[in-house]
Ligand binder design. Structure first.
Ligand code: GAF
Length: 377
């Protein structure tokens, strides 16, 4: 593997990192001002960086083995770059837009966050770059303000209409905890999530299902929620409580919007119920909530695909307490909550089901609730 010294010569001024995430529960609730409960993974993106005197950003990725030059003009023009370098340029753009003077830099990027698996590899890149450029530029961006800045970069420069979940997870999570985030006022609570102490494990199954039409479908779901909120006369679907769901559904004009609203409203309630159980140390008891979340994504929000549904069904048949897809959907990863001693049985059952159905063999690993973004050196 190459190093900073081999690509740029000399040593970096520092090394920053930001992790990927899984969302334990609370899917497609963030842009509805609702609740989410992610935790940071041990898998992370690192950025070794050195300040330059001129406004240019030279970025090398060990993953693609490319070196890309980002000049001030392309960092000032949303959409000027595409592909992975757009995430770097987007951070520069959003920092400028927020009134910061951003130092030029050489950036050497490495990562073990699986790409395109719905584990937020792009946000890990953006959050790590933000950490590096904030320090190198000697600007003060308080940590709680950083997720919004990264969201701005994603929405405004990259052009993806995503919510605040992934950046918050990558920046704000603490080791051994899940992050209970209220996406309306951005208040947070670290909720202890000690899998080892409870004798359980969270198996991550990367289905390797190709993402199809993801961007368009995500934007459609978001628009459908916003349209339903307008019809219901509320600022966001967060304002419909579970207790008022039936009345809200009766006021909607079509079955599809009723299903979308039912997912969001019940998912918010499932996050609250999951948090209550975790606060009480009842980790196994969250299993049915995870599975109900999956059924809601499959039947009401319609964002799952056959390999994902197959992984969930196989994990549950093999004895998992609960299982669900995590992330934006249309592929990506499934989480299965199992006894620590049952991990192999569940993983084998999923592999067998994939082989039987002719799906690509899945990759699996155990999730470790880890620390959010920081500086390594
Ligand atoms: C993607 C988005 F980036 C998040 O903001 C969130 O909406 C998620 O899908 C679904 O919960 O990861």
């Amino acid at each position: 593997m190459t190093s900073f010294a081999e690509v740029f010569g000399g040593e970096p001024d520092g090394v920053w990192y930001a992790p990927g995430r899984v969302n334990l529960i609370g899917e497609h609730t963030d842009y509805n001002d609702g609740f989410v409960l992610p935790f940071a993974l041990a898998q992370r993106t690192t950025v070794a960086a050195r300040r330059l005197d001129s406004p240019q950003w030279t970025v090398h990725s060990t993953l693609t083995k490319e070196t890309v030059e980002i000049d001030a003009a392309s960092a000032a023009a949303p959409g000027a770059l595409t592909g992975w370098s757009a995430y770097v340029a987007g951070v520069v753009w959003a920092m400028h837009e927020a009134g910061h003077r951003v130092a030029g830099a050489q950036l050497f990027i490495d990562s073990d966050v699986p790409l395109g698996a719905g584990l937020s590899s792009s946000h890990a890149l953006e959050c790590a770059v933000l950490g590096a450029l904030t320090d190198l530029s000697d600007v003060d961006i308080p940590v709680p303000a950083r997720p919004r800045l990264v969201q701005r970069s994603e929405n405004g420069y990259v052009g993806a209409p995503t919510g605040i979940l992934d950046q918050s997870a990558s920046i704000l999570c603490q080791a051994g905890n899940a992050l209970f985030l209220d996406c309306r006022d951005l208040s947070t609570e670290q909720v202890p999530f000690d899998l080892d102490a409870a004798g359980v494990a969270l198996l991550v199954i990367d289905t390797r299902a190709p993402h199809q039409h993801t961007d368009g479908e995500y934007a459609k779901r978001r628009s459908a929620c916003e349209a339903a909120a307008r019809i219901l006369g509320v600022p966001a679907l967060r304002d419909i409580s579970n207790g008022h769901l039936d009345a809200a559904l009766a006021a909607l004009p079509d079955d599809e919007s009723r299903r979308r609203v039912r997912h969001v409203v019940t998912e918010n309630q499932r996050v609250l119920d999951t948090v209550s159980l975790l606060r009480a140390g009842q980790l196994r008891a969250i299993g049915p909530l995870l599975s109900a979340s999956h059924a809601s994504m499959r039947d009401d929000y319609e964002i799952t695909v056959p390999p994902v549904d197959t992984a969930v069904a196989a994990a549950l048949s093999a004895g998992a307490y609960g299982a669900r897809m995590t992330g934006g959907g249309f592929g990506g990863c499934v989480l299965a909550l199992t006894d620590a001693g049952a991990v192999d049985t569940v993983a084998t059952a999923v592999r067998t089901a994939f082989a039987t159905n002719g799906f690509t063999e899945p990759a699996t690993f155990l999730a470790v609730p880890s620390q959010g973004a920081g500086r390594l050196a």
